[in-house]
Design a protein around this ligand. Structure first.
Ligand SMILES: Cc1cc2nc3c(=O)[nH]c(=O)nc-3n(C[C@H](O)[C@H](O)[C@H](O)COP(=O)(O)O)c2cc1C
Length: 326
């Protein structure tokens, strides 16, 4: 099927096959709530360290907390050891996660030094054991998020997808870029097609999806689902926009009014979740994504980053919209 449809991941079925990618520092609970409002079929949480959870780290424990408004949600864990991965998967399940995802694609040095993330792509036996350990420890579906390659010399996507399938994973997410490219460059859609042909479990393609045309190319390559990262930052309604295009409608979230309205919703979610000071602070961090192509963007942004209260932000946004109307 080359379009939007419900997506079965093991025993769990999402209402559609567009997923929010895990992004550390961005896909926290308020953002996930907004992406679900914006049409995402599943939202993924920022990665949490299995090791830190094992040693009772409070911040990592808090990161597993799930708001009742944010289902279906996938909790992502990272680690390098079967016992802590099994325990972390159990913790995620106990917190109410619908899916637990294992990270084997992160190229960040600190994570790799600890034997986790994309270095696991070099040790397939170990990676298989980690997936199996997670699968055996929980009843919810386990997925593996990895990449199509470490470098430009060798494609690993099909092999890793097979590895995930053999280890009992219910789906595999493939970032269609090599680890050496981190997050830049076009997605390698041929590599996705090769992986899709190699397995029966759903392959969820990721990397560079910012509109319906690119999503369509992923589906045509055989992907059962599409995962969107940065395309959703500043536009958590991208999922609905893509669904609209597939249904022959004009996307509705792109007008300045709609975008500012959605941004204000996020600010409010942040304030209600973190309290006013931290909530406003977090909202300011992604301001650039939201108002980058906005008329008077520089001016609105420079005023916004100096505001400290929700009331001031509401006032700035309503004046900005009034000026646009005039
Ligand atoms: C700021 C940021 C944080 C990220 N954090 C994670 C993470 O915690 N876990 C993960 O598997 N991938 C992480 N990624 C990678 C994304 O999930 C995704 O694979 C990548 O951004 C490519 O998708 P995109 O081109 O749609 O953004 C992160 C990416 C960004 C930009």
């Amino acid at each position: 099927m080359t379009d939007i449809h419900p997506l079965a991941i093991g025993a769990f079925t999402a209402s559609n096959n567009l997923l929010l990618a895990p992004m550390a520092g961005i896909t926290d609970s308020p953002f996930r709530v907004l992406c679900l409002k914006g049409g995402a079929g599943v939202v993924c949480a920022e990665m949490v360290s299995a090791h830190a959870l094992h040693y009772g780290n409070e911040k990592s424990g808090r990161m597993l907390r799930i708001n009742p408004k944010e289902h279906p949600v996938s909790m992502q864990i990272f680690g390098s050891d079967e016992t802590t991965i099994a325990q972390a998967a159990k913790n995620a399940e106990a917190q109410g996660a619908d899916i637990v995802d294992l990270n084997a694609g992160c190229p960040v040095k600190k994570i790799n030094k600890a034997g986790a993330g994309c270095v696991l792509m070099k040790d397939e036996a170990k990676l298989g054991r980690l997936v199996e350990a997670a699968v055996k420890s929980v009843k919810i579906p386990v997925t593996l998020k990895t990449r199509i390659a470490l470098n430009h010399k060798e494609l690993l996507g099909a092999r890793l997808a097979k590895l995930a399938e053999n280890a009992g994973a219910s789906a595999v997410v493939l970032h269609a870029r090599a680890a050496v490219d981190v997050h830049s460059g076009p997605p390698n859609i041929d590599a996705l097609a090769e992986a899709c042909a190699a397995v029966k479990i759903p392959v969820i393609g990721n990397g560079g999806v910012v509109n319906a045309d690119i999503a369509r190319q992923f589906f045509q390559a055989g992907c059962a689902g599409v995962m969107i990262g940065r395309g959703a930052v500043g536009n958590p309604f991208i999922f609905r926009d893509i669904i609209d295009v597939f249904n022959g409608k004009t996307p509705s979230s792109q007008t300045p009014h709609a975008r500012l309205g959605i941004y204000l919703d996020l600010v409010r979610e942040n304030v209600s979740y973190y309290g006013e000071r931290i909530g406003v602070n977090r909202s300011r961090k992604t301001a650039g994504y939201w108002i980058k192509d906005f008329p008077n963007a520089a001016e609105v942004r420079s005023r916004f980053v100096r505001l400290d209260t929700l009331a001031d932000i509401e006032d700035l946004f309503s004046k900005t919209l009034a000026r646009l109307d005039a």
